[in-house]
Design a binder for this molecule. Structure first.
Ligand code: NAD
Length: 488
């Protein structure tokens, strides 16, 4: 059985306790993970704070930080197969996806490596003749990064990259569901040459490890990805330390198809939009909003493709849909489908847990055209369940799309340029993909509003969120300072 260690102050060490990690494909324990309790969290935050003020880190140049990040990116690229294998083993995310995603994670670090010495302050045209005023852009301090189990390396890279590029230090709390790739990432990070304590990687359970970390008085910013309910805890925790927060939460993203769309492209994009990552994706296009006139044809094609999807072991390159990460997730899928069918949703395909070892749930499509209150249309569900509603007019399509408390992603398929522009303007979401879906890049911001959270990851804006400005006033006159009680 493999045994992993946490990484605190540049040292690999055991946690206060240990817990089992389950392989979702077999349901068996395959590794022991360190469990960080309060004392481990305190040690990690202390290490991050010491590093933050150390000459080795605070005294380094932005260009030098960029070089370290380039080195880290190269090491990730070199070690991508091992990282992919571990993420697949520990979370059930299929190997063809982890391999591609982790190779791309290196690009995120390269982007922030390049950005490190391009984040500039400003000189202000101040309204006082004998003053020179400028803004220094400085790192906020110790960052607590808290990530969920899905795509952990990717979701960590979008936090660690900008945080280190700007000179912050980080305590990363990996998810208790599948922390292996992050603990292995720490080993790779250790070889890149950063000073000790710049990044600390721990794992443990939310109520203790997560709560102590995110409310810690020495933490200045909490970068969180996870569910809305946990986000509420995070915000309450941050009332303790008054840390700033960025929250990347879930979604119930609409995938809107008009009758003039390229049907084959839209079907393929919808299949990957919902069933990639076995549906366990925050941006999953989980609500198909389809023009009534093409609904039957579209659903027939979707059903055919969904039923042809190769379901199998996550470590097999041929597998297209693997197991869900936990048993709780597959039980939730069964329950959600049952409640939705009871509310009038019609099962087009799938809907029942597969009769095999592991947490396998098949690609499922539920037609909710006559069941507008079906729970599958409103509740975020992290699994391969697509809900379908139809519309007659563009206004109706927009109304359905916006009928959600979430606002993360959206897709619009149409060849009508002016209609596309109206939809782009009208949709309430942080991302609109037109005639495509799921495209991401380190250069483009990513995030949402409403129950999908606030703040953005990726792009320049994300880096600025890890900084604060210091206003510097320099008096340029040698004249004596006049009487202080006369305002000028
Ligand atoms: P989760 O919210 O249960 O857990 C996320 C992390 O928060 C874990 O590390 C967990 O240990 C920690 N946590 C739990 N309770 C805590 C507490 N009281 N204080 C501090 N930390 C605590 O999420 P999950 O089930 O692991 O992941 C699925 C969720 O993540 C979904 O809602 C999904 O949409 C969301 N997600 C969002 C994005 C995005 O970028 N918007 C990406 C991926 C996943």
């Amino acid at each position: 059985m493999e045994r992993f260690q946490q990484y605190i102050g540049g040292v690999f060490c055991d946690g206060a306790a240990e817990f089992d990690s389950i392989d979702p494909a077999t349901g068996q324990t395959w590794a022991k993970m360190p469990e960080a309790r309060t004392e481990d969290v305190n040690a990690a935050v202390q290490a991050a704070e010491t590093a933050f003020y150390s000459a080795d880190w605070a005294g380094t140049t932005a260009s030098a930080r960029g070089k370290l990040l380039y080195r880290l990116a190269d090491l990730i690229a070199e070690n991508a197969p091992r990282l992919a294998e571990l993420e697949t083993r520990d979370t059930g995310k299929i190997i063809r996806e982890t391999s591609a995603q982790i190779a791309y994670v290196a690009e995120y670090f390269r982007y922030y490596a390049g950005l490190a010495d391009k984040i500039e302050g400003a000189h202000l045209p101040i309204d006082k003749p004998d003053m020179d005023v400028w803004l220094r852009r400085e790192p906020v301090g110790v960052v607590a990064a808290v990530v969920p189990w899905n795509s952990q390396l990717f979701l960590s890279a979008v936090k660690i990259g900008p945080a280190l590029a700007t000179g912050c230090t980080v305590v990363l709390k990996a998810s208790e569901e599948g922390p292996a790739p992050m603990l292995e990432f720490a080993r790779i990070f250790d070889q890149a040459g950063f000073p000790a304590g710049v990044l600390n990687v721990i794992t443990g359970f939310g109520p203790e490890c997560g709560a102590v970390l995110t409310s810690h008085p020495k933490v200045a910013h909490v970068a969180f990805t996870g569910g809305p309910e946990t986000a509420r805890h995070i915000v309450r925790n941050s009332a303790e330390n008054l840390a700033s927060t960025s929250l990347e939460l879930g979604g119930k993203s609409p995938f809107i198809v008009f009758d003039d769309a390229d049907i084959e492209s839209a079907v393929n994009a919808q299949i990957s939009g919902i069933f990639a990552a076995t549906g366990q994706s925050c941006v999953a296009g989980s609500r198909l909003v389809i023009a009534r006139s093409i609904k039957s044809e579209f659903l027939a094609r979707l059903k055919e493709k969904a039923e042809a999807i190769v379901i199998g072991s996550p470590d097999d390159m041929a597998t297209e849909v693997g197991p869900l990460c936990t048993k709780a997730q597959s039980d939730h899928a069964t329950d959600l489908v049952a409640r939705s069918v009871q509310a009038g949703a019609v099962r087009v395909t799938g809907g029942e847990k597969l009769d095999r070892t592991g947490t396998y749930f098949p690609p499922t499509i539920l037609d909710c055209s006559d069941a507008p209150d079906a729970p599958c249309l409103a509740e975020e569900f992290f699994g391969p369940v697509l809900s379908v509603v139809s519309f007659d007019t563009e206004a109706e399509a927009l109304e359905i799309a916006n009928k959600s408390q979430f606002g993360l992603a959206s897709g619009v398929f149409t060849k009508d340029l002016t209609r596309a522009h109206r939809m782009i303007k009208g949709i309430r979401a942080g991302i609109v993909w037109v005639n495509t879906y799921r495209a991401v890049s380190p250069i483009a911001p990513f995030g949402g509003h409403g129950l999908s959270g606030h703040g953005r990851e990726g792009g320049l804006q994300a880096a600025l969120d890890y900084t604060q400005v210091k206003s510097v006033w320099l008096r340029t006159s040698d004249d004596p300072i006049p009487d202080p009680f006369v305002m000028r």
